[in-house]
Design a protein around this ligand. Structure first.
Ligand code: NAD
Ligand code: MN
Length: 498
C-alpha cells in the first residue's frame, strides 16, 4: 500500500485519469433524470475536473425504488452472512487495488495531500469495509431467559433502504464507515456524497458491482443537499438516514424525518474539541507536536480537530512556543507532492469562512501568534496558513463555533475543575484529550468530560475496533466497531409458546 510515486508521477496520472461524473443507479451509470450537471472544480488549481450529474427528486425516487426492489427480492438481504462477507471483503480488496486512482480523485477533488489520501482515506476506507465484512458472520442473536414452556428469540434484521448523506472532509472514509456495516447487514443503500467531493463515491458504485454485489444494492446520487439530499431525507420509502456533516444540517434532517415517515436518523455532526494540557504532562514536546497536528492535519477540516487548546497557566508561554515551532512543519504545499503535509482548503466558500474567523479572532481581542493569511495564491489553489490565537476567552466566536480550518484557540486554566468546566462549556461533545502523568487526574478528568471520545496522552487515536461519535449536539449513535451495526438493523422479539 505504500506509494513510491513522485510529484511527476502523480501529475502524469492526473492528466491521464478518466473522471466519471454520472449517477450510479441499479448497477449503471446514468445522467440525472433532468439532465442537470454542476462543475466539479479542483481547489488545487481551480481547474474543472468534471461536470457532475446534479441529481434531484426524480433521481432519488428512481434510486430508492430500485434499492427497495433489490432489498425485497432478497438477492442481497437473504444471502447467508458468510456469502455477503466474501463480496464485502472483495469490495475492500478492489478499493485497495485501485488505491492510487481513488487517492488521486480525493486529492484533486478536495485538496488534501496525496500521502494522506492514500494512507488515511483509502486505507481507512478499505479497512472499514473489510472489518465490517469480517464481522458479519460472527454476530449472534439472543435468546431471552424464558420459562420452560416458552422461547423468546431476539433477532436483528436489516432495516431495508438506507440513505447515507456524507461530507467532503474525508469523503470516501466517511462513506465507508457507513457502507461497511450497512451493506454487510444486508441493506440496500443510496449514497449521497457532498457536492464538494463527489468523485470517489461515484467510482465506488462500479467497484461494488465488480466485487459481485447485486445491482441496486449500492446506488450513488451526486448533487446538492437542498435538492437530492432533501429529497432523500423526506422520502417516504427510506427506512434509515445516516449522516455525517454539520450540526445545522443534522438538526434539519431530524425535522425532515418528523415531517415524513419517521425514518430512523443517525447523526455524526460537528465538534469544538478541547485538548487539555496539564503542567505535569509526561512529555511537553510530544503534547505540543500533537497539538499542532490536531489543528493542522487535513487543513483543520476535521470534526475532531483539537481546536480549543486548554493549557495550564504556569506552562502557557513555553507550550505555545513549542506548538508554533511544530506548526512550521505544517505549512501548505502542493497536494500532489508526496512530502506535503497540508494541502488546499476544499473551496472558495470554505476559504472565505476560515479567513472571516481569523478576522473575528483578531477583532475580538485575541492575540494572533502565527499564521493568519492565505498563501500560494499564484498557483490558483486555495491555501491558508495554520493560525494560532492566544488570550482566547471561551465566550469568543473562535472558541464557540466550528471553524473547520487550521485556526487554534488557546485558553488557559489554573485547576483541573476549571479545565473541565471550560472544556464542557460548549454545544458540542465529540472528542477531548487530556495530558497528565497523574493517573488519578487523567481518569477523573476523562470521566468528567462530556464527549464521545477521550484521548489520554495523545490526540486522535482510534481504530475500526472502537466506536466513533459524539455527545450533545455532536450527534447520536456511533460509527465503527460492532456498535455501528445497531444503526443498520431493527430488533425483533419473536415469542414462541411450546
Ligand atoms: P454539511 O452539513 O454542510 O453537509 C453534509 C452533507 O449534507 C452534504 O452531502 C450536503 O450536501 C448535505 N446537505 C446539505 N444540506 C442538506 C439538506 N437540506 N438536506 C439534506 N442534505 C443536505 O457539512 P460539510 O460542510 O459537508 O462537512 C463538514 C461538517 O461535517 C463539519 O461540521 C464536521 O464537523 C462534520 N463532520 C463530522 C464527523 C463526525 O463523525 N462527527 C466527521 C466528519 C465531518
Ligand atoms: Mn471538489
Amino acid at each position: 500500500m505504500t506509494s513510491h510515486k513522485s510529484r511527476q508521477d502523480w501529475d502524469a496520472l492526473a492528466q491521464s485519469i478518466t473522471i466519471k461524473g454520472q449517477a450510479f443507479i441499479n448497477g449503471e451509470y446514468r445522467d440525472a433524470v433532468a439532465g442537470e450537471t454542476f462543475a466539479c472544480i479542483s481547489p488545487v488549481d481551480g481547474r474543472v475536473l468534471a461536470n457532475v450529474a446534479s441529481c434531484d427528486l426524480a433521481d432519488a425516487n428512481l434510486a430508492v425504488s430500485n434499492a427497495r426492489a433489490t432489498f425485497e427480492s432478497g438477492v442481497w438481504a437473504h444471502l447467508p452472512p458468510a456469502e455477503r462477507k466474501k463480496i464485502v471483503i472483495r469490495f475492500a480488496e478492489l478499493i485497495e487495488e485501485n488505491s492510487d486512482e481513488l487517492a488521486l480523485l480525493e486529492t484533486l477533488d478536495m485538496g488534501k495531500p496525496i500521502r494522506y489520501s492514500k494512507a488515511v482515506d483509502v486505507n481507512g476506507a478499505a479497512r472499514a469495509i473489510r472489518w465490517s465484512g469480517e464481522a458479519v458472520d460472527k454476530i449472534y442473536d439472543e435468546l431471552a431467559p424464558t420459562p420452560h414452556n416458552e422461547i423468546g428469540m431476539i433477532t436483528r434484521e436489516p432495516v431495508g433502504v438506507v440513505a447515507a448523506i456524507v461530507p467532503w472532509n474525508f469523503p470516501m472514509l466517511m462513506a465507508c464507515w457507513k457502507l461497511g456495516p450497512a451493506l454487510a447487514s444486508g441493506n440496500s443503500v443510496v449514497l449521497k456524497p457532498s457536492e464538494k467531493s463527489p468523485l470517489t463515491a461515484i467510482r465506488l458504485g462500479e467497484l461494488a458491482i465488480e466485487a459481485g454485489m447485486p445491482k441496486g444494492v449500492l446506488n450513488v446520487l451526486p448533487g446538492f443537499g437542498h435538492t437530492v439530499g432533501k429529497a432523500l431525507a423526506l422520502h417516504m420509502d427510506v427506512d434509515t438516514l445516516v449522516f455525517t456533516g454539520s450540526t445545522k444540517i443534522a438538526k434539519q434532517l431530524m425535522i425532515y424525518a418528523g415531517e415524513s415517515n419517521m425514518k430512523r436518523v443517525w447523526l455524526e455532526a460537528g465538534g469544538k474539541s478541547p485538548n487539555i494540557v496539564f503542567a505535569d504532562a509526561p512529555d511537553l514536546d510530544a503534547a505540543a507536536s500533537a497539538a499542532a497536528s490536531a489543528i493542522a492535519f487535513n487543513q483543520g477540516e476535521v470534526c475532531t480537530a483539537g481546536s480549543r487548546l486548554l493549557v495550564e497557566a504556569s506552562i502557557k508561554d513555553v507550550f505555545i512556543e513549542k506548538v508554533v515551532e511544530n506548526l512550521k512543519g505544517w505549512q501548505p504545499g502542493h497536494p500532489l507532492d508526496p512530502e506535503t503535509q497540508v494541502g488546499a482548503v476544499v473551496d472558495q466558500q470554505q476559504l472565505d469562512t476560515v479567513l472571516t474567523y481569523i478576522d473575528k479572532g483578531a477583532q475580538g481581542g485575541a492575540k494572533m501568534v502565527c499564521g493568519g493569511s492565505r498563501v500560494m495564491a499564484e498557483t490558483g489553489g486555495l491555501f491558508v496558513e495554520p493560525t494560532v490565537f492566544d488570550n482566547v476567552n471561551n465566550d469568543m466566536a473562535i472558541a464557540r463555533e466550528e471553524i473547520f480550518g487550521p485556526v487554534l484557540s488557546v485558553i488557559t486554566f489554573d485547576t483541573p475543575e476549571q479545565a473541565v468546566a471550560i472544556a464542557n462549556d460548549t454545544d458540542y461533545g465529540l472528542a477531548s484529550a487530556v495530558w497528565t502523568s497523574d493517573i488519578g487526574k487523567a481518569h477523573k478528568t476523562a470521566k468528567a468530560l462530556r464527549t464521545g471520545m477521550v484521548w489520554i496522552n495523545h490526540y486522535d487515536g482510534g481504530d475500526m475496533t472502537a466506536p466513533f461519535g459524539g455527545y450533545k449536539q455532536s450527534g447520536n449513535g456511533r460509527d465503527k466497531s460492532l456498535h455501528a451495526f445497531e444503526k443498520y438493523t431493527e430488533v425483533k422479539a419473536t415469542w414462541i409458546a411450546l
